[in-house]
Design a protein around this ligand. Structure first.
Ligand SMILES: Nc1ncnc2c1ncn2[C@@H]1O[C@H](COP(=O)(O)OP(=O)(O)OP(=O)(O)O)[C@@H](O)[C@H]1O
Length: 371
């Protein structure tokens, strides 16, 4: 996937900003507060329906305005020489999103979209940013979101099972709060079990498939950590009982608490290192490198399954990784042929060490200038 035009209107400090990136490395430079990260947020917003710095209503819309707009045009299909050799044609796509913070409208390839998920399913972007270490050291919610994003893009029936589970969970929670009868609870538990078992099987298999991708990257970038293993934790004692039974067994406790205490919405996964006693022993930098290996490992798996790389967004790489690690990561990215967007107050030293020549956009006074 290669973005050929990115435009944002009324996004943070930008009134109307547009860039036409190149297929390889794109470096966005500028002083503090110039708006570099905002350009990555625009891309992320189209691909996830929210920014990595919060929801649209958390300050994404330019002060004094009522809505922001993002437009993205991109090409799909094998890139460069590969495309030529196979005679494959590139598909060109375009999407638009207008968001007020509470309401949104979207267009995809000239048609209105009914669900935000339809826009998110079209454009695949993986993002590494200063908060990404939360994927390893933060709350379980980050790790569930990571798995679900990947599955959403590579497994066609995942979304239906996930929605079935989420809808039934909501209904069960509402019933628990108003102390509904066991017949009603049972009906929704049946629905939760049907959707939740599929979600769990797919998440577990997906994590298993990611393992070799993440391990290979991490062994190259942080050999001192040793080998890794990724372990899925389903959110109930799956080794002992089915989800249906777990829900039944927790019913009394859940009625008291007023919410559902077991199930895939409580799932998590963990990474273990053969060279460390536990993830608590990771340095902050090692947690970041592990998170980056997980994110780019996911991108590599996506490429193996879907035949093309997601767009890669790396916010402020130079302040996140030391020079040697910057170079190792960038070397991989170039080898993969992925389109990448990097931000920085200046070119990352690791990029200079490799002699790479990215397309540079310098942002000043609310306008990016191609250099
Ligand atoms: N809702 C808003 N309305 C107007 N301006 C905003 C709004 N939200 C943020 N800004 C401004 O937009 C800019 C956002 O900058 P952004 O975080 O993208 O900059 P950056 O170039 O990545 O900066 P840094 O190098 O400091 O991380 C800042 O100048 C900020 O003050």
């Amino acid at each position: 996937m290669r973005v050929i035009r990115l435009q944002a209107r009324q996004l943070r400090r930008f009134e109307d900003v547009s860039i036409e990136p190149s297929a390889g490395l794109n470096l966005i430079t500028g002083g503090n507060g110039a708006g570099k990260t905002s350009l990555l947020e625009a891309l992320h917003l189209m691909a996830y329906g929210r920014s990595f710095r919060g929801r649209v209503r958390d300050g994404l819309i330019r002060q004094g305005q009522s809505a922001l707009e993002i437009f993205v045009e991109w090409e799909e299909g094998p890139a460069g020489d590969q495309a030529g050799a196979r005679g494959a044609s590139l598909g060109r796509r375009r999407a638009g999103l207008r968001h007020t913070g509470s309401d949104w409208t979207g267009r995809l390839d000239g048609r209105d979209v009914e669900q935000l998920g339809d826009l998110c399913a079209a454009l695949a972007v993986v993002t590494f940013e200063p908060g990404s270490h939360a994927l390893i050291t933060g709350a379980a919610e980050h790790r569930r979101r990571y798995l679900d994003w990947g599955l959403f893009h590579v497994e066609h029936d995942f979304l239906a099972a996930w929605r079935r589970y989420a809808r039934a969970l909501k209904q069960r929670n509402a019933l628990l709060k108003r102390r509904g009868g066991s017949g009603e609870l049972e009906a929704w538990e049946h629905e939760m079990a049907a959707g939740g078992e599929v979600v769990t099987r797919q998440r577990e298999a997906y994590l298993g498939a990611l393992q070799s991708h993440v391990a290979t990257l991490l062994e190259a970038w942080a050999p001192a950590l040793g080998g890794i293993s990724l372990e899925y934790q389903p959110g109930w004692r799956r080794d002992a009982v089915s989800l249906a039974d777990a829900l039944l067994l927790s019913r009394d406790r859940d009625l008291l608490a007023g919410y559902t205490s077991v199930g895939p919405h409580r799932a998590d996964w963990r990474v273990d290192f053969s060279g460390l006693p536990g993830r608590e022993a990771l340095s902050r930098g090692q947690a970041k490198i592990t998170a980056l290996a997980a994110i780019l490992g996911q991108g590599e798996h996506h490429a193996a399954r879907r035949g093309e790389w997601p767009v890669v967004a790396l916010d402020d790489l130079a302040s996140e990784l030391d020079r040697a690690h910057q170079a190792r990561v960038l070397e991989r990215l170039v080898g993969w042929g992925a389109q990448a967007f990097l931000t920085g107050t200046e070119a990352p030293p690791g990029m200079l060490d490799l002699g790479l020549t990215p397309t540079v956009f310098h942002v000043e006074h609310g306008l990016p200038e191609r250099r």
